[in-house]
Design a protein around this ligand. Structure first.
Ligand code: SAM
Length: 298
């Protein structure tokens, strides 16, 4: 169960209504972007007055995504990415980070929001190896069968699913564990999920309730979960990249996998010169690997 369970709110993903705070635009504002309206900024300002740590947590979340892309290319040699809940284009978008490390990398961006779609089609899908598709993570099976995705991605090779700060928009009613399980069934062996989720650990019940209440005013309620609940979404089949390995360490012959690789995102393989801020609350994240010995493809 989520720590706090707002009622199911009808979500309007198609209307560009400047008066309803929109989670993609609010996140853009938190990261210092300009693609947002007064209603987005007002609500973020209120959230930050009540929970100032949220801004650093958002920044750490974004930086984690970039680091994790670099690491899966280097350590797992993976070069195909499907970034679900990609958000508004900002700095160091997945295809830019990936293609810097591996020019052949291909990236599918996916988001449910038509505001994001307009920007992403113009600013992200700028080469043949980078496309944008409108889709819903809650319909993961349908999404991964979209013809444009089938065409770009080679399904006999491992794939990286990027689900950074998106699964906390999925209520228990929409069964996030089943989404992860479907990915296990559909992805070739050796695939990975770059994952983060808003976490309630270390945050008081009152503060969680207030944050939840604020996000009920947006186009997408948030369902923050405890670390135990988040780890539980993966069951016991997935293993995790060791979050403690440094980028400059010599690569092991086999990637080092651990049974629990979810940590506050700023502590996941930080760059040696990074300023690591402790924050009152956190996104937690890690890289889950679909690995079955003696299997080449799912
Ligand atoms: C906080 S932003 C995260 C952006 C980016 N992944 C990052 O972390 O930098 C969350 C994004 O998830 C999208 N989203 C929310 N629910 C979704 C769903 N059911 N399917 C696909 N995208 C969704 C929102 O539209 C928004 O753009």
């Amino acid at each position: 169960m989520s720590a706090s369970e707002p009622p199911n709110t009808p979500v309007d993903w198609d209307g560009i209504d400047p008066n309803v705070p929109n989670v993609a635009r609010m996140y853009d504002y938190m990261l210092g972007g300009k693609d947002n309206f007064a209603a987005d900024r007002d609500l973020v300002d209120q959230v930050l007055r009540e929970s100032p740590w949220v801004q650093a947590a958002a920044r750490h979340n974004r930086q984690f995504g970039g680091r994790a892309v670099e690491h899966v290319i280097r350590e797992l040699a993976l070069t195909q990415f499907i970034d679900i809940g990609s958000g508004l284009p900002t700095q160091d978008n997945v295809h830019q980070v990936a293609q810097r490390a591996c020019p052949q990398a291909c990236v599918v961006y996916v988001d449910i929001d038509t505001v994001v779609a307009c920007h992403a089609r113009a600013l992200l899908a700028t080469d043949e190896a980078t496309i944008f598709v409108v889709g819903d993570v809650r319909q993961i099976d349908k999404l991964l069968h979209e013809p444009e995705i089938r065409e770009l991605i080679a399904w006999d090779k491992p794939v990286v699913i990027v689900m950074v700060a998106v699964l906390h928009f999925v209520s228990d009613d929409h069964d996030p564990a089943a989404i992860i399980d479907t990915l296990w069934s559909m992805l070739p062996n050796g695939s990975a999920i770059i994952f983060t989720h808003a976490c309630t650990d270390g945050v008081s019940a009152d503060e969680v309730a207030t944050l939840t209440q604020r996000y009920r005013q947006t186009n997408a309620p948030v369902y923050a979960r405890s670390k135990q609940e988040i780890l539980g979404l993966f069951g016991d089949k997935w293993t995790w990249l060791d979050p403690d390995r440094g980028f400059d360490d010599k690569l092991p012959d086999e990637p080092r996998r651990v049974s629990d690789g979810l940590v506050p995102v700023q502590f996941w393989r930080p760059h040696p010169d990074a300023l690591i801020e402790e924050t009152a609350g956190n996104f937690i994240g890690g890289v889950a690997v679909r690995y079955e010995p003696n299997t080449t493809a799912a």
